[in-house]
Write a protein of this length. Structure first.
Length: 134
């Protein structure tokens, strides 16, 4: 169950509207992803792990500012005790792939499926750019 409103002290732009949450078509071994509208009008990405950590299934979340909804957003997360970095994002409809540069110096072109993309790696995200139309 996801709280329908932000807890006290939480910034509205960093909290999803519960009724708008829908699953993204990202198939990763470690996590699943959801998208939602933020209370402030931005875009939120939620990341849920398939395996519990210390008996709990953690949720990662990142929300964009309302002024950035045209460019998409992404979320990077790690799991305690693991070297795996999960990176997930959403992009506008005109984007066919994203070019991801990682902190180890490698770049990877990640295909977009229904406005969503994701990858698991052992390096953190340095930058991401949209590849329009393929």
């Amino acid at each position: 169950v996801f709280l329908a409103s932000p807890p006290p002290g939480a910034a509205p732009e960093s909290w999803p509207v519960a009724a708008s949450i829908r699953k993204l078509p990202i198939n990763l071994p470690i996590a699943s992803a959801w998208i939602a509208q933020s209370v402030a009008g931005g875009i939120c990405i939620l990341d849920a792990r398939h395996q519990p950590v210390n008996g709990h299934y953690g949720i990662g979340m990142s929300c964009s500012e309302p002024s950035r909804t045209d460019s998409g957003t992404y979320l990077e997360s790690t799991r305690p005790g693991s070297n795996v970095v999960t990176i997930m994002g959403v992009v506008p409809s005109s984007v066919a792939a994203v070019q991801v540069t990682l902190t180890n110096g490698t770049t990877e072109k990640v295909p977009v499926n229904d406005n969503a993309w994701g990858l698991e790696t052992e390096a953190h995200l340095q930058s991401v750019s949209n590849v329009e139309g393929g």
